[in-house]
Design a protein around this ligand. Structure first.
Ligand SMILES: [Zn+2]
Length: 209
């Protein structure tokens, strides 16, 4: 079975083809289990290659099938021009260096020019970029840039707080518990007051929770 993603999806530097071959992935995982010294045909492991292949393809590649422009097209016009902040959007993404997940929360903000987007679409946008081979830094920038490109707001901002399991597994004692990245665009970058407001609004909601 092969799965094909539309050409409209972001290619990314790492994506070589829009096809992923689940049968080959399954065979490779069978081989990996064998290479690690386990019996891939033992009853407990017999279904593992298929399960892992499916999970990996969904977790790492599902986002390539989503078109950010289409996701952010569900807008409605309105006079609202003040801060919109959507916080604590949980995501799981995949580190291409270790093939291990990192996960955490994304906080997205924008200053609408004349259109606001459905809040569920903001969540969808995070999943579309997270379900890829990703680096947290790149994910943060892509989310801010996608809002700028497709909503044309006065400004867009993204902050991500995540835990990297590869770091935990490989360097347990010196692994950072939380990695924070931030990308600010438009007015959030140009006007220090707007940037501060975004950070204050995030801090305020923490104080209340
Ligand atoms: Zn890693």
């Amino acid at each position: 079975m092969t799965r094909e993603a539309p050409a409209a999806a972001d290619e990314g530097a790492l994506l070589r083809t829009h096809r992923s071959d689940i049968d080959r992935a399954e065979a490779a995982i069978h081989e990996l289990i064998d290479a690690l010294g386990f019996d891939p045909d033992a009853a407990e492991l017999a279904a593992t290659p298929a399960r892992v292949a499916r999970t990996l393809i969904q977790a790492t590649l599902g986002g390539y099938e989503r078109d950010p422009q289409e996701i952010l097209s569900a807008t409605f016009r309105g006079p609202y021009r003040d801060l919109v902040l959507v916080t604590d959007i949980f995501f799981v993404s995949m580190c291409p260096h270790h093939l291990l997940p990192f996960s955490g929360h994304a906080h997205l903000a924008y200053l609408p020019r004349d259109r606001v987007v459905g809040l569920g679409r903001v969540t969808d946008l995070v999943q579309a970029f997270a379900c890829r081979f990703q680096f947290q830094e790149k994910l943060t920038q892509e989310l801010a840039d996608a809002m700028m490109d497709h909503l044309q707001p006065f400004g867009a901002a993204c902050r991500i707080e995540a835990t990297h399991y590869c770091e935990r597994v490989a360097h347990e004692e010196r692994a950072p518990s939380l990695v924070i990245t931030e990308a600010v665009r438009g007015r959030f970058a140009d006007d220090p007051e707007s940037g501060d407001r975004f950070r204050r609004a995030l801090a305020d909601r923490r104080g209340r929770s």
